[in-house]
Ligand binder design. Structure first.
Ligand code: GCU
Length: 342
């Protein structure tokens, strides 16, 4: 079954999981391995364009899922934020109106404060440390499962690279340069606190508003990985990209608990395995895309600046203490993350 183009939120209806079986007990709400699995079509939303590396890897997720489930699970992609911004699609997945979404871990912080750890500046000391934690940490799995009773959980992750500051024209070399600068951040309390600690004026807004806000001077800058400059065209209006490398925020694949419980165990396994495999190959897709984004951004007139990051690290790391005293689990999570860097 193929989704029609031009699909809108109004046509989502109450449940977006389409059960395509000609027969069978469709009142079953728990998973089963008895072989009566129904064919399902799932909708997966995200806010990037079709030229973005995450779209490529989500296409791979869809292909692998079809293959591994013997064509019994189809995943249809809804890119470009057509089903809403990240906060909106998380709400939809949580309520079971939408099956799946790829969102930034930062956006999940407003739904479960434990997600704050992924937005903590300089919590990962290297890409190796980051991959190690994301692929192996039990704390990550615990955070991913935490919200299951609230309607959704995270099934997997995809690298979103490293985030750095970029501004319209004035390059940022030290925290003092950020004084008074309005820097767009994600709607994440930790990211807001981070820019404050670095000396800037944080301005939270949804991703879709960033281009126009930069263009109109509503904000002086933003922070993201290099694809923001090219795939999202921010490089047309922001010409100075400074490698503060303050965060590795993973992209997270969330699924609706009610949809999940309606799948057979084999279907659940097929999607889980496809998520792991596509996450792994996304690392290469991503690295290639970043090389290309840098070349393309330079052609757009963007200059990349390497700086001494230490003053930014010193300014932002007090947030690690704040996070650890956040709740009874946060210290344990933080220590678990650090143990993968030893
Ligand atoms: C990254 C991330 C998106 C997020 C965006 C943002 O591009 O992959 O999911 O929306 O950052 O800054 O909002």
């Amino acid at each position: 079954m193929k989704f029609k183009k031009g699909f809108t939120i109004a046509s989502l209806g109450l449940s977006s999981m389409l059960l395509l079986a000609a027969c069978g007990d469709d009142t079953a709400s728990s998973s089963s391995s008895e072989g009566e699995a129904k064919d399902v079509s799932l909708r997966l939303a995200h806010n990037q364009g079709e030229d973005h590396p995450i779209h490529t890897s989500l296409e791979e997720l869809a292909e692998l899922t079809a293959e591994k489930s013997e064509e019994s699970v189809e995943i249809g992609l809804f890119p470009n934020g057509q089903l809403g911004d990240e906060r909106g699609v998380i709400e939809l997945v949580k309520s079971g109106t939408l099956d799946m979404a790829k969102v930034s871990a930062s956006a999940l912080e407003s739904f479960d404060s434990n997600y704050a750890i992924f937005s903590l500046p300089y919590v990962f000391q290297s890409e190796e440390h980051y991959f190690n934690v994301m692929d192996n940490s039990e704390a990550v799995q615990e955070i991913f499962q935490n919200t299951k009773d609230e309607g959704f959980f995270a099934l997997g992750w995809y690298t979103g690279g490293q985030r750095s500051i970029y501004t319209a024209d004035t390059k940022v070399e030290t925290p003092a340069d950020m004084n008074g600068m309005k820097i767009r951040v994600q709607e994440s309390p930790t990211s807001i606190a981070m820019i404050e600690a670095m000396g800037g004026a944080p301005t939270p807004m949804s991703f879709g508003e960033v281009y126009t806000s930069l263009q109109q001077g509503v904000i002086d800058g933003a922070e993201n990985n290099e694809t923001g400059l090219t795939s999202n065209k921010h490089g047309e209006v922001a010409k100075a990209y400074t490698y503060t490398e303050h965060q590795y925020v993973p992209d997270v694949l969330i699924v609706s608990t009610s949809m999940w419980e309606g799948l057979s165990e084999e279907q659940q396994q097929a999607i889980t395995d496809a998520a792991v495999e596509s996450s792994e190959s996304h690392k290469t897709v991503w690295a290639d895309a970043i090389d290309q984004a840098i070349t393309d951004a330079e052609e757009m007139g963007v200059t990349f600046y390497e700086i001494d990051k230490q003053p930014f690290i010193d300014a932002a790391t007090p947030l690690h203490e704040t996070y650890q005293s956040e709740n009874e689990d946060s210290k344990r999570y933080f220590e678990d993350f650090q143990s993968y860097n030893e």
